[in-house]
Design a protein around this ligand. Sequence first.
Ligand code: SF4
Ligand code: SF4
Length: 129
Amino acid sequence: MFVLPVLPPSSCDGCGLCCVGIGSPVLLYASRPGFGEPHPYRPVGLPQDLVEEIDSHFSGLTRGQEPQGQCLWFDAASRQCQHYELRPQICREYELAGPSCLIRRQEALENGEDFPARATLGATIPDGG
Ligand code: SF4
Ligand code: SF4
């Protein structure tokens, strides 16, 4: 099967690919050995219930050991961040249609990943087609 390059997206609607399969950026907020409280990357004003959810989810883990399925804050039904206004800096810097976005979408195209905005990726041409 021949795979064409992905089309640059104009929106994140129905995508969310950068929030799945990569562990969790919110680990940056978790308590880790050697850090006092609060964690240096924890934003001021993060609600206590979210602090407790994060600390519970990542208890005893360091980066790379977290569940890799999807970010703790990703809502698979809406394909959106549940706490977008509180998202970590790394998520704020992740550029729509930037290099990392296009690489992730190319990977999804080649792997045949199924998600609502799949049609916006581009096209594959079957062998002999
Ligand atoms: S991979 Fe790109 S288009 Fe998809 S959600 Fe992330 S930034 Fe948006
Ligand atoms: S914090 Fe939100 S924007 Fe960042 S990876 Fe998780 S779900 Fe996506």
